[in-house]
Each structure stands twice: as C-alpha cells, then as structure tokens.
Design a protein. Structure first.
Length: 270
C-alpha cells in the first residue's frame, strides 16, 4: 500500500470505494484487536473493572459531603443526591470515554498503522467495542443500584438509547480530533482541559436550571432524558433528536475528514 500526498478526491468514486472496502474488512480485525487490548489492559490492573466505577463513586461521595455540609447550595433532586451524582457521573464517563477512544487507540497503534495494511477503521472500531463494553458494565451496575430506590418502569428499557446517544456524540467529536491529535500531543492536553471545563457546564452533579445558556450544551438533553427514564418518566425533548441527528452527521463528516487526512498523518508518523 502506497500513501501519497496527492489529493484523493481527484477520483471521488475510487475514494468512496476504498473507504467502504476498508470498513467492510474491519469487523473481524476489530474484534481480534478488541479482545487483545482487553486482555492486556486488565492484566496490568489489580482492581480490573472496578476502575470503571471508582471515579463515579468517589465523585458521588465528595459531592454528597459538600452538599450535606451546605458548602454549596444545590437545589433538591428527584433521586437521593448520591444516586443523582452517581448516575450523572456514569453517563458522563461514557461520553468522555467515547471522546478519548479514537485518539487513544490510534496513538497506541502507531506502529501498526504506519507499517501494515490493517485498515485504520478496524482500530477505531476496536475502540468503539471497548467503550460499549465499559458502558454496558457501568449501566448494568447503575440499574442494580437504582432499583433499590425506585420501582422498575418500562422507560428503563430506553437507557441504552441514551447511553448510545452519548457515545455517538463523543465518538464524533473524538474522531474529528484524531488526525490532529496523532500529529500534536497538545491536542490531547487541550481535550482534557476542555472536557474538565465542560463538566462544570453540564448538569452532572446539579439539576439543570430553569433557564440559561446551559440549555445550549449538547450533552444536557441526552443526560436529562436518560435520568428521567431511570425514574420511570417519559422525557425526550426536541433537543435530544437534534443532538442525535447532528452527531450522526458529524460522525460521517469526521470519518470523511479522517480518510482525507490519513495519508498525511501516516507520512508524518512514519
């Protein structure tokens, strides 16, 4: 396989055909990469899957202590406040994992993408699989905790839709940033700072105010809908559908952008 700097869009049909061929060939390779990465990751940790929950539990305990001491005034929540924070943190972590996954997996596979014919989509799909498994573990444990406080409701079956929407939005953002992130380590640091700031603008540890600029936060309608379904309430605003449609379009554009940037990225990395 030869990567050149000549514009690939000179032959748009060939460009599209190659992209679809790589995507079709990625499934089995992605599965093998996912299993290999999973074994390696958890072989090097003592607590294993507990790390999927420890940050959320720690944040819930700290926020509960702050709220109980009236250090910060937080309006009443429908769920007991520790569960409110725990559910918000688990959903937020699914979103953040999805943002970080493309860049982390591609960066870890630099030698592979510069010296082999493995489709880059296989590495990206392996990241999607890992994020999906981690999200499923988190949500399953959250459901076990929640059912002790609220009765089972049909709307709880919609929780995977809310989590999938958060993962979709995060992954579209992460894939769009991946080409620059592979070339410049500054991008990863900027993402970390930006998501930290974003966290405080998202109703993770506090309920959404009645009005204000926070309604422009694309994560807010997804998070609010998922929390409402946990409580047995039907809630799916127009903002939910707008964000999901935008994320789908953004993911397609991000993939197109990555395919265009791929020869230049491989050339610089090689």
């Amino acid at each position: 396989m030869v990567y050149t700097a000549s514009p690939e869009l000179r032959r748009p049909r060939q460009f599209a055909a190659k992209a679809m061929a790589d995507l079709r060939a990625s499934g089995m390779i992605a599965w093998r990469l996912f299993r290999s990465n999973l074994r390696v990751r958890h072989r090097r940790t003592f607590l294993g899957y507990l790390w999927l929950l420890l940050p959320a539990i720690g944040t819930a305990l700290i926020c509960s202590y702050i709220q109980s001491r009236r250090i910060i005034s937080i309006p009443p929540t429908e769920l007991p406040y520790p569960l409110f924070v725990l559910s918000g943190m688990i959903l937020w972590q699914c979103f953040i994992d999805a943002i970080n996954a493309p860049l982390q997996h591609l960066a870890a596979a630099r030698q592979l993408i510069t010296r082999s014919r493995v489709p880059h989509e296989a590495i990206i799909l392996a990241g999607v699989m890992e994020v999906t498994v981690n999200a499923a573990v988190r949500v399953a444990i959250l459901m076990l905790v929640i059912v002790y406080w609220v009765p089972l409701a049909p709307t709880m079956l919609l929780i995977p839709i809310g989590v999938a929407a958060l993962v979709l939005l995060g992954f579209a953002i992460g894939l769009a940033l991946a080409p620059l992130g592979l070339l410049y380590d500054d991008v990863g640091r900027v993402v970390m700072l930006a998501t930290t700031f974003w966290f405080f603008l998202t109703p993770v540890v506090y309920p959404l105010p009645a009005r204000g600029l926070l309604y422009l936060n694309p994560v807010a309608p997804l998070l609010i809908a998922s929390r409402a379904w946990l409580l047995g309430r039907w809630h799916m605003s127009a903002g939910f559908f707008i964000v999901v449609a935008s994320a789908l379009a953004g993911l397609a554009i991000a993939w197109f952008w990555y395919r265009l940037a791929r020869p230049h990225v491989v050339s610089r990395l090689g």
